[in-house]
Design a protein around this ligand. Structure first.
Ligand code: UGA
Length: 434
């Protein structure tokens, strides 16, 4: 049993802290934001993530998980310290690691004996060395510690499952002692034979970016194939189904759509592309994936424009605002571009998302939000599906048609039955389907 500190109670820190306590360790989650810690102490979760509340409360009740703002004391009492603060995109396309640097400084100042210091935040390749230098400079007297890079592969909406049942765990560290300690942190997974890879720090940092950029690339590729399908009369679903049966390709992340969003792929592809340029080994593939993604978002606006012959004075329902289902996160969501395009074209937006309405209000306060798809679609000139929430998959299309003013529908996630749309005489479009 280890004493663990997790600094940062955002999406990564909170899921990781609660997950590690579920593995049987004593975890203290620290944050500088008082209001967040107060909420967490009351058993409330500041973010929307399925199963997280149960995981947190179960471990709080078992006495293995607690929350505090007292960073110095927590550092002193811990064997392993996880840095899990935010690394938003900076002005130059590279990640802004100032919060990580601040935490490293505080850790350095408060080191009293040997500890493992581990970064979970997604940081640019090469940051490990920088963090060690900051810790060394901040230390009051020389104390031995080991630095580990332990990137996360959590998806919003299924982060709890991803943490408790990962495909692999990456431990980047140049010390066997620290590797053994980290193996103990993840011991239930080790027993379950989850691959635990020991690498050096730079390799671990690279694995995170290489994985995210590859998935982004895969999505942009499939979106381009879908666009080409439209021109040649092929069906993207049959194409990807057949492609996915090839074990070398795999069926995952082959769903075409309006372009990827979220807080990770757009930021991480920009970061690795910028790094490649800085290091004079320009990654043309990643740069192309970024360009394709931006174009895909615009393509959806143009599709709608052609389908309904302009936006001016039209009422358009947007179903789904989150960048993917099961989250209230709208960062870099294709819905933002779509709403922006409609407003610029003189149209009016009727928006509905099962949980992300409030998040979108920070971007657009001047559109109308509704509490159900029925209300949002009432008397509209067109409906656009932007997020594949289950409730949209199950929509009664007959009822939908009866409440709309005109039967135009753009399904950017390909979740509606084409035969039913045809049967009901909808005028529709989608991504890559005949
Ligand atoms: C992504 C990675 O999948 C995680 O492994 C990683 O840990 C995380 O970033 C991170 O770096 O923190 P996330 O952004 O939560 O996770 O969500 P994804 O499920 O990967 O979806 C990202 C975007 O790609 C969404 O907009 C989604 O709609 C889109 N997407 C995904 C597609 O358009 N097609 C697909 O086939 C899959």
């Amino acid at each position: 049993m280890k004493n663990i500190a997790v600094i940062g109670t955002g999406y990564v820190g909170l899921v990781s802290g609660a997950g590690i306590s579920d593995f049987g360790h004593y975890v203290t989650c620290v944050d500088i934001i008082d209001s967040k810690i107060t909420l967490l102490k009351k058993g409330q979760i500041p973010i929307y993530e399925p199963e997280l509340k149960e995981l947190v409360n179960r471990n709080v009740r078992a006495g293995r998980l607690n929350f505090t703002t007292k960073i110095e004391k927590t550092i002193k009492n811990s064997d392993v310290i996880f840095i899990a603060v935010g690394t938003p995109e900076g002005e130059n396309g590279l990640a802004d690691i100032s919060a990580v640097e601040d935490v490293a400084r505080t850790i350095g100042k408060n080191l009293s004996d040997y500890k493992v210091i581990c970064t979970k935040s997604t940081v640019p390749i090469g940051t490990g060395e920088k963090i060690c230098k900051i810790i060394d400079d901040a230390m009051l007297k020389p104390i031995k510690y080991d630095y580990v890079s332990n990137p996360e592969f959590l998806r919003e909406g299924s982060a709890v499952n991803d943490f408790l049942r990962p495909d692999r765990v990456i431990i980047g560290v140049n010390s066997y002692k620290a590797f053994d300690i980290m193996k103990k942190v993840y011991s239930p997974l080790f027993i379950n034979e989850t691959p635990i890879l020991h690498t050096n720090v730079a390799t671990a940092e690279m694995i995170k970016y290489a994985s995210n950029a590859f998935l982004a690339l895969k999505i942009s590729y499939v979106n381009e194939i879908a666009n080409l399908c439209e021109e040649v009369g092929a069906d993207i679903h049959q194409v990807t189904k057949a492609m996915g049966q090839d074990g070398r390709i795999s069926k995952k992340f082959l769903h075409p759509g309006p372009g990827y969003g979220g807080s990770c792929f757009p930021k991480d592809t920009n970061a690795i592309a910028s790094l490649s340029i800085e290091k004079s080994v320009k990654m043309h593939t990643v740069l192309a994936a970024i360009k394709t993604n931006n174009k895909q978002k615009l393509r959806m606006i143009n599709k709608l424009d052609s389908l309904i012959n302009g936006f001016n004075q039209k009422n358009i329902a947007i179903l789904g605002l989150a960048f993917k289902p099961n989250t209230d996160d709208v960062r870099e969501s294709a819905s933002i571009d779509m709403i922006d395009g409609i407003i610029k074209g003189g149209g009016h937006v009727m928006a509905y998302d099962p949980i992300a309405n409030d998040s979108m209000k920070k971007y657009f306060s001047n559109i109308t939000y509704f509490d159900s798809w029925e209300d949002a679609c009432s008397d509209v000139d067109a409906v656009v599906i932007m997020t594949e929430w289950n409730e949209f998959r199950a929509m009664d299309l007959k009822k939908l048609k009866s409440i709309m003013k005109s039967p135009f529908i753009l399904d950017t996630r390909n979740i509606l039955s084409i035969s039913l749309l045809k049967k009901l005489n909808f005028k529709y479009d989608n991504v890559g389907r005949t």
